[in-house]
Design a binder for this molecule. Structure first.
Ligand code: PMP
Length: 324
């Protein structure tokens, strides 16, 4: 039985399948192994490790970005790097390399993994320190760059739309922590995601303290009503999403008005269409909220136009990777 289990197809490396061949006897050639950047070095995945005394692990003290690669181009890399450095500045963390060096390291990591399409995770941890909270005792932040793939929702949801619930967990007030800091502490979002999944949904709406719609656990939200499109202002408590910005531009080009408006659940229940945007999520329709159908419960025509235009945009809008 143990032998048989060895022969079941299983995913290796970046999801490719090797069928019927025991993995132990088939180590990937060095050139095909996933390479991870840590502090200037490209390491094999197995060797890419950081200290248990890193405050990124001990306190969630650090910042990150998630970035997509489409057709050999890194989508809106400059905007992601700007947000990364702003997050770091906000938490008094000096990233030890310049923006230009970070851009080069990111491009090199993607090239080293030979990824034409995928997802990059930039992580800057506070670095190694003592067990106390004091970040100023951590002499040097660590830079980690992972170039891999991501799939947030099942493929059929992009056709049929997501079912959402409203999460009881609220987005925190900016007085506690600005939602603009993409920090390594995502517990607020994780708690909300747990609620959505336990309710049988893939995603959930998060409200702010006042009960206005802020965003989803990892995406921004848009609705369409009577031919116009609305999204909550950033001041409602959501992240200033880079995909959100791209979609606002797309809507303008398609001739739709897009207005930032404080919204309640009622506005979502009574919308004609709803869709979510995010780097990992891309643009995805949402067709139910708290068991109420949004519109006719099917992805709508404005959403379809935005999805199509976004797919076109990512073909050419991006920093090209030079593959070796
Ligand atoms: N909100 C949250 C909480 C997120 O984590 C993300 C993903 N970064 C987004 C919105 C979407 O932002 P972006 O389009 O920049 O990925």
């Amino acid at each position: 039985m143990v032998e048989a289990a060895c022969f079941t197809p299983r995913p290796v490396h970046d999801g490719r399948l090797i069928s019927g061949i025991p993995l132990k006897r088939l180590p990937l050639p060095r050139s095909l192994r996933m390479k991870i950047h840590i502090d200037g070095q490209l390491l094999d995945k197995e060797d890419a490790k950081i200290s248990v005394f890193d405050h990124g692990l001990l306190y969630g003290d650090g910042v990150f970005e998630g970035i997509r690669i489409y057709h050999g181009r890194i989508f809106r890399l400059t905007a992601h790097l700007k947000r990364l450095y702003e997050s770091a500045r906000s938490i008094c963390m000096e990233i030890p390399i310049s923006v230009e060096e970070m851009e080069k390291a990111t491009l090199d990591t993607v090239a080293a993994n030979n990824l034409q399409d995928g997802y990059i995770r930039l992580v800057i941890t506070r670095g190694v320190g003592s067990l106390g909270l004091n970040p100023f005792q951590c002499p040097r932040p660590s830079v980690i760059i992972i170039a891999s793939t991501i799939s947030l929702y099942p493929a059929e949801r992009y056709e049929k739309g997501l079912n959402l619930i409203t999460c009881a967990t609220r987005r925190p007030t900016p007085a506690a922590l600005s939602p603009q800091v993409k920090s390594l502490n995502y517990l607020n979002n994780v708690m909300a995601k747990i609620e959505a999944i336990q309710a049988g949904c893939e995603e959930g709406i998060m409200l702010n303290e006042q009960g206005y719609v802020a965003e989803c656990t990892g995406d921004n939200v848009f609705v369409a009503k009577n031919g116009k499109v609305y999204t909550p202002p950033i001041s409602a408590g959501g992240l200033d999403g880079i995909t959100r910005q791209a979609v606002i531009e797309i809507l303008g080009q398609l001739g739709f008005s897009c207005e930032e408006k404080m919204m309640t659940r009622h506005d979502l229940f009574t919308a004609d269409e709803c869709f979510l945007t995010g780097t990992a999520a891309e643009v995805i329709p949402a067709v139910q909220l708290d068991r109420r159908l949004i519109g006719d419960g099917k992805p709508g025509p404005i959403t379809a136009q935005v999805v199509a235009a976004f797919r076109e945009l990512v073909k050419h809008d991006g920093t090209p990777v030079t593959y070796v």
